[in-house]
Write a protein of this length. Structure first.
Length: 78
């Protein structure tokens, strides 16, 4: 379900070589900055980063089921 929501918001899955924890990384590039979402395989939490792809800043870490946070990702201005 989360994968579908991210795809609908313009994200696509990438291979992330520096991943320590098992999971999936999604990216949505933007004109000003990229948004990267890491979805751990065995956790109900996600991590959302904004900024440069490699040196993004953590902007959200918490439950993926919080629809309010996920709908913000669909707005490309956020």
């Amino acid at each position: 379900m989360l994968t579908v929501q991210l795809a609908n918001a313009g994200f696509y899955e990438i291979s992330w070589p520096t991943q320590v924890e098992e999971g999936t990384t999604f990216i949505r590039p933007g004109a000003r900055e990229s948004v990267r979402v890491f979805v751990p395989r065995h956790s109900a939490e996600v991590e959302v980063y904004a900024g440069a792809l490699k040196d993004g800043r953590l902007v959200y870490q918490g439950p993926a089921d919080m629809a309010a946070q996920l709908t913000l990702l669909a707005n490309r201005d956020n």
